[in-house]
Each structure stands twice: as C-alpha cells, then as structure tokens.
Design a protein around this ligand. Structure first.
Ligand SMILES: [Zn+2]
Length: 262
C-alpha cells in the first residue's frame, strides 16, 4: 500500500513511501529507492535544518555538514542515517549491549549505555535518537546524560512513539510490550509510554523542547494506549495497531542539568 509520494530527506528523490500489508506502523512506510522510513526521513530533515539551517536531503547535505564541523552523536549504528554519515570524522554512533561497558567495541561498533555515556561533557552539537527513549529503563538518567554531553545550545533531535491523548506512564507493572530491534531477537522491551507531558519532563533537565508534526495519520483521540490498541488489533487485524504520527522533537540545551542521577 502506497501511503504517499513525496521527497525523501535521506536519498533526495521524490518517492512512493509504502508499507507491507501486515505492518504495525504507518510511520514506518519506506521509500522505494533507499528503504528509509518516514521516521528516518523526518529525522534527517530536522537534523539538517538544525545543523546547517537548510532542509536539504541528507545525501545532498553531507558536504555542508563536513564544512560546518558540526559534531553528531547518534544512538544507533545502522540504518539510513548512520549508513550515510558513519565515515564522517565528526559523526559518532553506538549501540547498546548490556553485557559490555560503555566505550567498548563489538564487531567494530561502539557500545554505550544511554544512562551512562562514555563521552566528555560538552562534546556534541547534535545528539540523535530515533525511538530509543521508550526503551531506557531509567529515562531520567538518559535525559541528564544527553544534556551533559551536548554543548550549550546543542540539540537533541529525537523521535518516540507519542501517545497524544495520555500522560507519560512507566510500564514497570504493565504487560511486557516489545518493539522490533535488528540487534535483538524477540525485540526490545518498552519501559515508558511517553505522553503529552513529555516536553515538561525533558525541560526539567536544562532543555527547551518543542515538537514538529511532520506526518499526521491520526487524530490524537485515535492514538489509544498500547494495551487498548493491541486489543483492537486482535479484534481487527487489518488495523495498524501502533497508531502514532511521525513527530520529531527538537530539544535545545539552554543550561547545564544540575539534577542528581537516580
Ligand atoms: Zn529515499
């Protein structure tokens, strides 16, 4: 099913974005040329706007990124953005294997724990995380760490599955829900269902955050809680049961975070 035809901010082509029939997420529809999802393309668009001030496709903006000497840290080491940027000297990426220490390497990929990053204070102009914050056991630690490793006025550009009609909830006592993960068989556990209060939560950590809705597939009232939407899906499997819009968050460090870690 073709969801739309539009500019892909990864490869720079006007492309059909399509999903397979039993896909669980509309925002994971992919570009027919480069396989980037709406989420990847939307993230790249905001990274470019933030770094060089122009909404250029990433593939066309690499020389500007090199010239600008913008330093970027990304919390994933594969996928369309890392694949384009990982040869740049100003770009660093990592994955997380809980049996390794932060800063270790596995098969040439750096390991890092978002709750305890191995980088110096004030190291990066941009931190990118795509659908990572919902998987962090203690997200407050990660938010403090992101503030710490960003330079002043640096920006965390990120995506999460946002529940636009409910408040943030820990899933500590809820049914385990997993998201697909190329590195982990069986997927990765969701610790937090992020909701409408996310901007206030993040801003406590010395940030000023806003969000940009780049693809709106649903009204906020249709974005039900995970457990409810999964039940709806079981009753009608043609539903894309993780009903999220494609939203990119732009979170700027305006001061150092002085909160103690928990
Ligand atoms: Zn593309």
């Amino acid at each position: 099913m073709i969801v739309s035809n539009e500019l892909c901010y990864i490869c720079g082509k006007i492309s059909d974005f399509s999903i397979v029939d039993n896909a669980t997420l509309l925002r994971e529809a992919i570009c027919k040329y480069c396989n980037a999802s709406f989420r990847n393309s939307d993230t790249a668009r905001i990274v470019m706007k933030t770094s060089i001030g122009k909404e250029l496709p990433l593939s066309q903006g690499i020389d500007f990124l090199i010239e600008s000497k913008i330093t970027i840290l990304e919390a994933q080491a594969s996928g369309p953005i890392p694949n384009l940027l990982k040869h740049l000297p100003t770009y660093t990426c990592f994955e997380y294997w809980d049996e390794l220490e932060s800063g270790d390497n596995k098969n040439g990929v750096m390991n890092n724990n978002f709750e305890q990053l191995s980088f110096e204070d004030n190291s990066f102009d941009i931190v990118i995380s795509q659908d990572v914050l919902e998987h962090i056991e203690n997200p407050n630690n990660a938010l403090a760490e992101i503030n710490r490793v960003l330079k002043l006025n640096g920006t965390h550009v990120f995506t999460i599955p946002l529940h636009e009609a409910s408040k943030t909830k820990s899933r500590k006592n809820a049914r385990p829900v997993f998201h697909g993960d190329p590195l982990k068989e069986g997927g990765i556990l969701v610790h937090t269902d992020w909701g409408t209060d996310i901007l206030d939560i993040i801003n406590i950590f010395g940030m000023r955050t806003h969000h940009i809705n780049l693809h709106t597939f649903y009204d906020s009232t249709e974005i039900t809680e995970v457990d409810n939407s999964y039940n709806d899906y079981l009753a009608s499997p043609s539903l894309h049961y993780y009903r999220y819009n494609s939203i990119v968050f732009h979170s700027k460090k305006i001061k150092n975070c002085d909160l103690p870690k928990k």
